[in-house]
Design a protein around this ligand. Structure first.
Ligand code: AMP
Ligand code: MG
Length: 348
């Protein structure tokens, strides 16, 4: 599925296509716009009115999360940024503390390749706005001086109710995590309504539970260079499938393309990787790991995946060579002819 350009504004239902496509089908499909992406919610096996109410509840969950965690529209997060930069301690509710704690744990596990404390750096590149940045790329001296301040999730001092930062250079950008978090919350909303067969798909990033009638949910994985999909996979039980791709947000300047996944080690867009697909239980971890492994690239992906406890990875490099774990290779079905060159590498 094609991602919409990242205009992350409101969350609104633009279409509800209810109902039954064939005789005994209990498939219900709805579409929202959330986080600048079309979100398709499919349920199977529940009555339309139950499904419609569940979709409305998911819509308000997405709305709330967008208002809480948006990185540049005025939000609870931008408020937290301001207070922490002044050295203040912030009181947070249990949900927000859990959100931060998980992000801190994942950042640490990724060896800080996933580093949502680099909001200033992301802003310097212009990726903290609704419109596509126009360039030019930042002044190298500005990148160097931001890197020298080393903003990291390690700078946070967190308790069960409070948050403080020891580094005023910390500014958050949860663009690589909040969508996964939101999908996890939304899936909990469906579960609480007795829905056991569903898929929440935000522009190709998704969590699926149960089955689609008598068959599994089948997912397409976007080709990182060409229109259409490169591969498909069937989900089983309760799984999240997330892809981070350099094609999602980028700008061109003087014939050079600059994309939105920034390597915190050198401050520039990550090199050598076009996309990474992760399959993992929860969506927040899958989202984060996909972003981190784009930064890790062909050299470091196995080490980083192992640290993060991820065993199902597909990384596509800039030569269109596909690197996969054995666990991923068992499930991936290529949809292009001829299939790509594949290198299998384990993470243990
Ligand atoms: P995703 O599409 O999930 O890979 O997320 C990409 C978004 O994550 C970017 O648009 C930034 O908002 C943010 N981001 C970019 N680089 C990093 C990084 N190294 N660590 C954490 N977040 C990042
Ligand atoms: Mg991500």
């Amino acid at each position: 599925m094609q991602k919409l350009y990242h205009t992350a504004l409101c969350v609104c239902i633009v279409l509800i296509a209810t109902g039954c496509s064939d005789n005994e089908s209990k498939l219900h499909q709805a579409r929202l716009v959330a986080f600048g992406t079309l979100v398709d919610i499919s349920t199977w096996g529940v009555d339309d009115d139950v499904a419609e109410q569940a979709v409305a509840a998911v819509e308000s969950t997405f709305n709330k999360i967008d208002h809480t965690w948006h990185a540049w529209h005025p939000s609870d997060l931008t408020q937290i940024d301001t207070q922490l930069a002044k050295g203040e301690q912030v009181e947070l509710d249990a949900d927000k503390i859990a959100f931060f704690k998980k992000a801190m744990r994942l950042a640490d596990a990724s060896g800080e390749l996933f580093n949502p404390a680099i909001g200033k750096l992301i802003a310097l590149w212009g990726f903290n706005q609704d419109d596509r940045p126009q360039g030019p790329p930042p002044d190298p001296a500005a990148i160097t001086s931001l890197l020298a301040l080393h903003p990291s999730m390690d700078d946070l001092i967190i308790t069960d109710t409070t948050l403080k930062s020891s580094n005023p250079a910390v500014r958050f950008d949860f663009g690589g995590y909040a969508k996964g978090y939101a999908i996890d919350q939304a899936m909990a909303v469906l579960r609480a309504r007795g829905i056991d067969n569903a898929i929440i798909n935000a522009g190709g990033d998704l969590r699926a539970i149960g089955v689609h009638g008598d068959r599994p949910w089948r997912i397409g994985i976007r080709h990182p260079r060409n229109p259409g999909i490169i591969a498909s996979v069937e989900t089983s039980g309760d799984e999240s499938v997330f892809t981070s791709g350099t094609y999602e947000r980028f700008f061109e300047y003087d014939g050079v393309t600059y994309h939105h996944i920034i390597d915190p080690r050198d401050g520039y867009p990550a090199k050598h990787t076009l996309s990474v697909t992760i399959i993992y239980d929860d969506a927040a971890t899958a989202d984060t790991a996909a972003t981190a492994l784009v930064v890790a690239g062909p050299e470091l992906w196995q080490k980083t995946a192992a640290q993060m406890g991820i065993t199902q990875v597909m990384l596509i490099d800039d030569q269109l060579t596909v690197y996969m774990t054995p666990a991923m290779a068992k499930r991936i079905h290529f949809e292009i002819d001829p299939p790509p060159k594949v290198i299998i590498g384990d993470v243990s």
